[in-house]
Design a protein around this ligand. Sequence first.
Ligand code: C5P
Length: 285
Amino acid sequence: MKGITLKAHAKVNLTLEALAKRPDGYHELRSLMVKLALHDTLSFCLAPEGQLSLSCDAFGLSCGEDNLVMRAARLLQAAAGRPLGARIALCKRIPMAAGLAGGSADAAATLLGLNRLWRLSLSQRRLKALALRLGSDVPFCLDACAAAVARGRGERLSRVASLPPLHVALVKPAISVATAWVYQNLRLKSLAQGQHTAKSLAALRLGDIQALRQHAINHLESVTIPEHPVIAGIKRDLDKGGALLSRMSGSGPTVFALFATQSEAKNALKCIKSARFFKCSTHFL
Ligand code: C5P
């Protein structure tokens, strides 16, 4: 059988509201999540039973059992009840530990790719349950939507139709942030009810940038930015460069900024001087 190749898209959180700590230790979220054109690419080929391997072109990324791709493949083997074989190749373009769900997107693509390669015919519902075991962002990455409002841990998705075709500048400083640490240090806002996510979506659709700036809130900025002030500097530089909006994505440290055109996004990136930062311009999917 021929191999399968899939794209695994990065995401940004236009909003991220943490409403309450749940009995299971996770936080109840409201988040407007949007996929970006920036993507990793995974290819899957059949291999003899018992042989499962991952190769990757990124320096410093483990291809062992700790990689989310391998963990996703192991979950599917367990569901199949057999150690089915595959060779998986990962072409990495999304920066790692960045708040862009690169690892989650790779895991979701693996669930979809191997479900087809191994002809398992697991339902979308079953795949989604496996996705959530791999991480809170994985169900969104698995879903065929381009954007959604996420509730619960991030897995209860309401798809959002047609956002404006905005361009995005991404800047990741040369630091990594541990998501669990950020949530552990989060002080919940007592009045947070999740209303900012719906208001941001409405503002985005109306092109009301002032309202968007007011409501596009990421509660995790209050933890990550004081620890890493370089993020505030990047936001300032992108704002000076004419961004409609600049925010940290997820638990950080990547900053995204929205622009009406690609040339505006590219020009703003020129204001970011550090050669050690990851910089790229992309657009909403
Ligand atoms: O689900 P995932 O493994 O990506 O989450 C990483 C960490 O982020 C969790 O261990 C948890 O501490 C925190 N988290 C949370 N509430 C969420 C999602 C993640 O507290 N809704």
